[in-house]
Design a binder for this molecule. Structure first.
Ligand SMILES: [Zn+2]
Length: 150
C-alpha cells in the first residue's frame, strides 16, 4: 500500500519512529535524477483514493509538483485489523482502536493528491491510555507516543 522500510514493520516495538531522513533522501535522489518521477509518485490507487476521501490536508507544497495538495493518511495495524491495515477515516477512530487489547501501530503517510507523490512520515505505537478529552484529528492522535514497550 505504501513504501515501508523493511526493518520497521508492525512487529517492531519502538514507540515512535520519524521517517523525515528517509524522505529527504528519496527527494534528494529524485532531484539528482537517480529516481524518476514514476518511482516517487507511485501511490497505490487505494492510497490515492484514501487521500482524496479521508486525507487530512497539511500545509505546504508537494516536494515534487509544488501544488498545495498534500494530505496525511493514517493506517493502523493490529489484532483483528485487516492485513493491509485499517485506513482511519473517522474522527476518534484512532483513539477507539488504541483502547482495544493488543498493540496497535499507526502509520502516517504523506500523499499528494495532484501527482501521487507518497512517503511514510512516521509510525507510532498507540498507547492504550484514555483518549484526549478535546476533539483531535487522527494526525494529532498518531503523534501520541506509545507506552514503553519492552
Ligand atoms: Zn505532487
Amino acid at each position: 500500500m505504501f513504501r515501508m522500510p523493511p526493518a520497521s514493520g508492525p512487529g517492531s516495538s519502538e514507540g515512535h519512529v520519524d521517517y523525515r531522513l528517509a524522505r529527504a533522501s528519496v527527494l534528494s535522489s529524485f532531484r539528482r535524477g537517480v529516481l524518476d518521477r514514476t518511482e516517487v509518485c507511485d501511490a497505490h490507487p487505494e492510497l490515492v483514493r484514501a487521500a482524496r476521501e479521508v486525507g487530512t490536508p497539511i500545509p505546504g507544497e508537494c516536494p515534487v509538483c509544488a501544488q498545495p495538495e498534500l494530505v496525511h493518511v493514517t493506517y493502523v495495524f493490529g489484532p483483528r485489523l485487516p492485513k493491509h491495515g485499517r485506513c482511519i477515516s473517522l474522527r476518534g477512530e484512532l483513539s477507539r482502536l488504541a483502547k482495544r487489547p493488543g498493540t496497535h501501530v499507526a502509520y502516517v503517510v504523506e500523499v499528494c493528491r495532484q501527482c501521487s507523490w507518497n512517503h511514510l512520515v512516521r509510525r507510532s505505537t498507540l498507547a492504550g491510555d484514555p483518549p484526549p478529552t478535546a476533539e483531535s484529528t487522527p494526525v494529532d492522535n498518531a503523534r501520541r507516543v506509545g507506552r514503553d514497550v519492552d
